[in-house]
Structures are given as structure tokens and as C-alpha cells.
Write a protein that binds this ligand. Structure first.
Ligand SMILES: NC(=O)c1ccc[n+]([C@@H]2O[C@H](COP(=O)([O-])OP(=O)(O)OC[C@H]3O[C@@H](n4cnc5c(N)ncnc54)[C@H](OP(=O)(O)O)[C@@H]3O)[C@@H](O)[C@H]2O)c1
Length: 270
């Protein structure tokens, strides 16, 4: 990669995307040009980020350099989107904005920024450990070499799924919101262990290891989820007693409705 990568908003998620690119030397630190809003963030990144990237404050004299990058990652919070101002930049290149903002549509991006082509990427928090999932929707006019460059940006930290834009809201609900649901399930199951007399730390460790093992079993065997459920549910046994409680409390429909609620909330941002 010879081009620079501009990053508008260098927060948690942008760092998680960019750090593996620097670690694997797919990008050199001098190819990364970032913008943040506050002096505090600027100083913090300068003092603590392990790579000497170029980092500037928005509206500073150097911020044009970030906008001059042919590919820019837009990674502010959705609530900060309206405050963004497109700066003057070198328009000779074909400029791309890759937005990771939840729910902000290609149409909204096109209305806000000019002389750019757009890509939407929905990623999730496990990118922090290189196990993310990223859904990508290509705007019009993106060339194959530009697509490859963008795939490279995300593939260091995640698996990529290329989808039509209409599916991004449900992709987000299922992949970006669900880590919170899984964390809640782990916390609740380990409270169950606590209620049965184990300490919380051990309970949580057991639940996490059980989930890891269950997932590996599902991935590495030909078992479907129903097969696995039937394997561990014997007549009149302990597991069916547990499942009966969940059925009574409408656990399954609560989860289905939770995903649909997250999808609908994402649609409201459009
Ligand atoms: N959190 C998740 O689980 C998750 C998962 C996938 C995708 N996302 C998406 O990732 C995006 C970023 O989330 P995050 O958690 O990384 O946010 P974050 O840590 O708050 O980072 C936001 C960054 O944007 C900067 N910023 C704010 N206003 C700006 C402006 N006008 N111009 C330039 N930079 C500006 C902030 O600078 P200051 O620090 O100086 O304010 C900060 O560096 C969100 O849109 C979210 O939808 C989040």
C-alpha cells in the first residue's frame, strides 16, 4: 500500500482497526493521518499510542492533510456526524469515505460530503482481539482495486461479509449489539452459580469456558443447535428443568424481539 489512510475520529474502534495494520506492517505509521476533536485526546494519543502516526485536531492548519488522503475512515460517533465539516482537499484523486457509523446511510453520506464515493462498514467490538465481523456495503463506482484496499483494512481484525445496504441494520443488530447480550447472559448465568454457592469469579470463568467449548463443538462437529440441545437434555433430567423455566419466561422470544428492536433503532438513524 503506497497511499495514506486518513482517519476522521481516532477512538476505540478506529484504533482497533488500524493497530493490526501497523503491527503487520501493512501500513507504516507515516501513512496514517488522523483527526480528533479535543486537545486531551490529541495529547493522550501522542503520549500513549505505541505508533508515531500523524495526529491533528479538527480545524487545525494540518487537518487538510487528513482530508487529502484518497481513502478516509469515518469513525466518529453517530451523534457527532452532524457536526462534521468537509474540509477543502485535493480533489484530483478519487476520494473514498469508508464510514463505520452505526445506521448512517449511504444517502446521508452522499448528502453531507461531496466529491467522494462511499462505503459503509459495520463492525463489532471483538475486532479488539482480531475476531471481529465486518459487514461491507459498496457505494456506486468503487473499483476492484479500491475494494481490495478496503478489504485489507478490515481483514486484519475481522471476517468480512459483503451485503446490500438493506441488510446492514440487521447485521448490526446481530453482530454489534449482541456482544452486550452475550455479556449479560454470562453475567446472569454466573449469578446463577453464585446463587448456588460458587463465588462470582469462578462462576464467570466456568460460564466463559463452557460457552467457548460449546461454540467450538458446534463449529468443529456436524451438530446443529437442535442436535446439541437434544444431546444434553435427557427425559426428566436437569437440563429440561432449566429449559422449562426459560420457556415459561419467554426467553427465546425476548431474544428475537431484542434483535429486532436493535435493527429498528439502527433504521431510525438513517
Ligand atoms: N463501540 C462499539 O461497539 C462499536 C462497534 C462497531 C462500530 N462502532 C462505530 O464506531 C464509531 C466510533 O465509535 P468509538 O467507540 O470508537 O467512538 P469514540 O471512542 O468516542 O471515538 C470517536 C472519535 O471521534 C473524534 N471526534 C469527535 N468529533 C469529531 C469531529 N468533529 N471531527 C473529528 N473527530 C471527531 C473523537 O475525538 P475526541 O476524543 O477528541 O472527542 C474520537 O477520537 C461509532 O460511529 C460507532 O457507531 C462502534
Amino acid at each position: 500500500m503506497s497511499n495514506t489512510l486518513g482517519i476522521i475520529g481516532f477512538g476505540n474502534i478506529a484504533k482497533a482497526i488500524v493497530t493490526p495494520l501497523l503491527e503487520k506492517k501493512i501500513l507504516n505509521p507515516d501513512q496514517v493521518l488522523c483527526l480528533v476533536k479535543s486537545e486531551k485526546s490529541l495529547e493522550n494519543i501522542k503520549n500513549t499510542y505505541p505508533y508515531k502516526i500523524n495526529i491533528f485536531r479538527v480545524n487545525s492548519s494540518e487537518s487538510k492533510l487528513v482530508w487529502d488522503s484518497p481513502v478516509k475512515l469515518l469513525s466518529v460517533k453517530p451523534q457527532q456526524f452532524e457536526d462534521l465539516i468537509e474540509e477543502k482537499f485535493n480533489e484530483k484523486e478519487e476520494n473514498i469515505i469508508v464510514s463505520i457509523l452505526a445506521g448512517i446511510s449511504l444517502k446521508k453520506l452522499e448528502e453531507k460530503f461531496h466529491n467522494h464515493i462511499f462505503v459503509r462498514a459495520v463492525t463489532n467490538i471483538p475486532i479488539l482481539v482480531g475476531k471481529g465481523l465486518t459487514g461491507i456495503t459498496w457505494g456506486s463506482s468503487i473499483s476492484d482495486s479500491q475494494k481490495n484496499f478496503i478489504r485489507k483494512i478490515f481483514s486484519s481484525s475481522s471476517k468480512i461479509y459483503e451485503l446490500p445496504e438493506d441488510y446492514l441494520d440487521i447485521f448490526l443488530a446481530l453482530t454489534s449489539s449482541s456482544p452486550a447480550i452475550i455479556a449479560l447472559i454470562i453475567d446472569s448465568l454466573s449469578d446463577g452459580g453464585l446463587s448456588g454457592g460458587l463465588n462470582k469469579k469462578l462462576s464467570e470463568e466456568l460460564v466463559i469456558e463452557m460457552i467457548l467449548g460449546t461454540i467450538l463443538l458446534l463449529k468443529e462437529s456436524n451438530l446443529g443447535t437442535a442436535d446439541l440441545k437434544n444431546m444434553v437434555t435427557s427425559p426428566g433430567g436437569t437440563t429440561i428443568s432449566a429449559l422449562n423455566v426459560l420457556e415459561k419466561r419467554t426467553f427465546r422470544s425476548a431474544l428475537i424481539e431484542a434483535i429486532i428492536a436493535a435493527r429498528d433503532r439502527s433504521k431510525e438513524f438513517r
